[in-house]
Ligand binder design. Structure first.
Ligand code: S3P
Length: 190
């Protein structure tokens, strides 16, 4: 993979946003490998600092506290250029999304509902995919949930400087190559 854009010249972090299972972590790792920048996965960083998994944090402290941790940990990360993969709900409010945009090159991996549902079916590691009775969302229920959550979050994701539309399964390598081209175009225009 060729990197013609020196992301270090951007002098700000590259922040990947999008729904759960959009591929933020995989693409983020690839981008970091190509550019030589450090990679931070926000969920993993929270887990490391709290010494608890994301599901444990949701169960023990609740979602509000998890969101507070996201804001707190993220605020300490954007001093230097690096690649950051956010959790799917990390943008939280228009004001916060705007703030992230000001401090970063923000990229939205806009993956179609059908691909997301396909990737998330049978996965039991994301607390947002549990029903109130503890069971896991499946089939039609999962599809409706993801569709509604996406339309709720879409206005925040759409604030990104660069949007990559993904409506068929492509290898992370192809997506990263495509993204590098988009970053190159963006860098030339600004
Ligand atoms: C969440 C997405 C997860 C994680 C948490 C909540 C969400 O991250 O932060 O389970 O609200 O969409 P990924 O997007 O990396 O799965």
């Amino acid at each position: 993979m060729e990197n013609r854009t020196n992301l270090k010249d951007l002098q700000k972090p590259v922040v990947l946003c999008g729904m759960m299972a959009a591929g933020k972590t995989t693409v983020g790792r690839n981008l970091a490998a190509v550019t030589g920048l450090d990679f931070v996965d926000l969920d993993k960083e929270i887990e490391r600092r709290e010494d608890k998994s994301v599901p444990e944090i949701f169960t023990e402290y609740g979602e509000e506290e998890f969101r507070r941790l996201e804001r707190q940990v993220l605020a300490g990360l954007w001093q230097e250029p690096k690649i950051i993969a956010l959790g799917g709900g990390a943008l939280q409010t228009p004001e916060f999304a705007e703030k992230i945009k000001q401090h970063s090159l923000m990229i939205y991996l806009n993956v179609s509902v059908s691909i997301l549902v396909n990737r998330l079916s049978g996965k039991k590691n994301r607390p947002k995919l549990r029903n109130a009775d503890g069971s896991w969302k499946t089939g039609q229920q999962l599809q409706e949930y993801i569709r509604n959550l996406l339309s709720e979050r879409q206005p925040l994701y759409q604030k990104a400087h660069i949007i990559v539309d993904i409506d068929k399964e492509l290898s992370p390598r192809k997506i990263t190559e495509h993204l590098l081209q988009k970053i190159q175009c963006y860098a030339e225009q600004t």
